[in-house]
Design a protein around this ligand. Structure first.
Ligand code: DUC
Ligand code: ZN
Ligand code: ZN
Length: 528
């Protein structure tokens, strides 16, 4: 069979379709790449074929346009996947999810383990997860990480890595454990500015930032002002305002604005890049934008809950609002447009789910009883499977972002920032054949029954979406096809990550940290 690969972008799909009729044969649609068509197509094909055990074959017709396919010798491919009229995109990278982890409020276990969590991810077009290994204060961080490895190894169906959550930055942790774990392929840490059990004060934050700078790690920051939240929480409880909706009041927007500003200033003092996670509101986003305009390496992440949910969702009957309690909480609808703008204008580099799944029963959201007060509710919403379909349907489908931005936000940028490119997040020579084939016209109405997590509900129930990843490949293995999981538990592999350029300091010290301008005081991060 002759081979014909048409490389073009989504905007020209219609033109390409008429050509497709002429060829009367299967065409794989490549899109979302930068670079010249010629090298991209060649790269993509070789990448697919280079995978051990790959069964990916992107075939048909006679592509005279680039004259490449025959040279690559596809005629003896084992199998053809017909992607006529589909989009062939890199598998998503989920850069922020909580799997087999206890909640910071109430200490309840997440609903998803590494089997159900990664299964749900891959059905939604994601082929890599980066979840958290959370330090237990008083316990060795290395032991904690070992435990997460043991949980993930026998269960994950796709490849995975870990970020580290630092809640107790002791000398041992900063001086021994973190450097060793960075060297073992975990060059990213998350720190919290709120939660009694996790919060670091500014001094501790500076210590972690300086350690990250020294070892080339990326610091992810949960930015909310703890004392504002704590004070409001106390006042609300004293007044008898205990329903789930008051969670959104206690986690006031100003707390996120202020902490985002502070986190940026702390990172500027150390001259180390940071990534502000789960940005929910316009002023926090504006802080990030201002820092970027000033040339700082400040990255931003947002999530589906800040585009599709609002604070009013927490005001549902009875305890139902608990399903929507996450931190920061969903804001008013007015913020949605601003967050969309931040996705389109590059303020946000990554779009993650922050999948933090708790069942709506006594094992999860209702662990404190059928009518918990808002501070008793585990914080988090599920979203690992719908992350890409939501963004595709409402972003690409409605013209808010381009297909190229979609790929960057859901895969390539996370790979770049977290040290996985070019192995993951792209289709290129030598890259893993992690590929999602999307039917851009498939319509679905979201129902939890269609999903593959273990949560029991979805906050997006009833939403109508257009576009779905119908076939998903992980390292060249068909992982999802015809609505079925085709890969085994435990077949996912741990991904050691390298130091990313995104985490490299600017080399721009504020004058008080610069030995040449601070009366000779050798105190700066460069002196270590
Ligand atoms: N932060 C997260 O990143 N996930 C769940 C809860 C939280 O506060
Ligand atoms: Zn957080
Ligand atoms: Zn999270």
């Amino acid at each position: 069979m002759d081979n014909n690969i048409v490389w073009h972008n989504y905007a020209t799909t219609k033109v390409q379709r008429s050509e497709q009729k002429k060829h009367k044969s299967a065409i794989i649609w490549f899109t979302g790449f930068s670079g010249s068509g010629k090298s991209t197509v060649a790269n993509a094909l070789e990448a697919a074929l280079n995978q051990q055990g790959a069964h990916t074959y992107l075939l048909d017709g006679d592509n005279v346009r680039h004259g490449l396919c025959k040279d690559l010798g596809f005629s003896d491919a084992d199998r053809v996947i017909d992607a006529t009229g589909k989009l062939v995109l890199p598998g998503g990278i989920e850069g922020h999810c909580h799997i087999e982890q206890k909640s910071s409020v109430g200490g309840v276990m997440s609903a998803d383990d590494f089997f159900t969590g990664t299964r749900s991810a891959v059905f939604g077009g994601t082929t890599t997860t980066l979840s958290f290994a959370q330090q237990i204060p008083g316990e060795s961080l290395r032991k904690t990480v070992q435990d997460y490895h043991e949980c993930a190894r026998p269960k994950a169906v796709i490849d995975y890595g870990f970020h580290l959550i630092i809640s107790d930055p002791t000398e041992q942790v900063l001086g021994q454990d973190l450097p060793a774990l960075v060297a073992d392929g975990m060059p990213s840490f998350k720190v919290y500015m709120t939660y009694d059990s996790l919060k670091l004060d500014d001094h501790q934050m500076l210590d972690v930032l300086a350690t990250a700078r020294q070892h080339g790690a990326m610091v992810m920051i949960h930015a909310e002002n703890h004392d504002m939240i704590r004070w409001l929480k106390e006042r609300l409880l004293q007044g008898g305002y205990v329903a789930p909706k008051y969670h959104a009041i206690s986690h006031v927007e100003l707390a996120e604005d202020e902490a985002t500003h502070r986190a940026i200033r702390l990172s500027e003092l150390i001259d180390v890049p940071i990534l502000i996670v789960h940005v929910s509101a316009s002023e926090a986003m504006a802080e990030i934008r201002r820092a970027q305009t000033a040339g700082l390496k400040v990255y931003g992440e947002t999530c589906p809950q800040y585009l599709f949910l609002t604070a009013s969702d927490l005001d549902r009957d009875g305890a139902e609002g608990a399903k929507f309690c996450c931190s920061p909480p969903p804001r008013d609808a007015a913020h949605h447009d601003v967050i969309w703008r931040g996705l389109a204008n590059g303020t946000f580099q990554v779009f993650s789910s922050d999948h933090a799944p708790y069942r709506f029963d006594e094992t999860g959201k209702l662990a404190a009883g059928p009518n918990p007060t808002f501070p008793q509710i585990a914080n988090g919403v599920p979203g690992i499977e719908l992350r890409l379909p939501l963004l595709f349907s409402e972003g690409v489908g409605k013209g808010r972002i381009s297909i190229h931005q979609f790929v960057a936000l859901t895969a390539t940028n996370a790979a770049r920032i977290y040290g996985l490119l070019p192995r993951k997040g792209t289709i290129a020579i030598g890259s893993d054949a992690d590929i999602a084939i999307w039917d851009p016209e498939k319509e679905i109405t979201v129902a939890w029954d269609l999903l593959h997590d273990n949560v029991g509900y979805t906050p997006y129930e009833g939403r109508k979406l257009t576009g779905w990843p119908v076939t998903v490949l992980s390292r060249g293995r068909v992982a999802v096809e015809n609505g079925e999981l085709k890969v085994e538990r435990g077949s996912g592999k741990f991904l050691p990550r390298y130091l990313s350029d995104a985490a490299r300091p600017l080399g721009r010290l504020v004058k008080e940290m610069d030995v040449d301008r601070n009366f000779g005081a050798d105190i700066g991060p460069l002196s270590q």
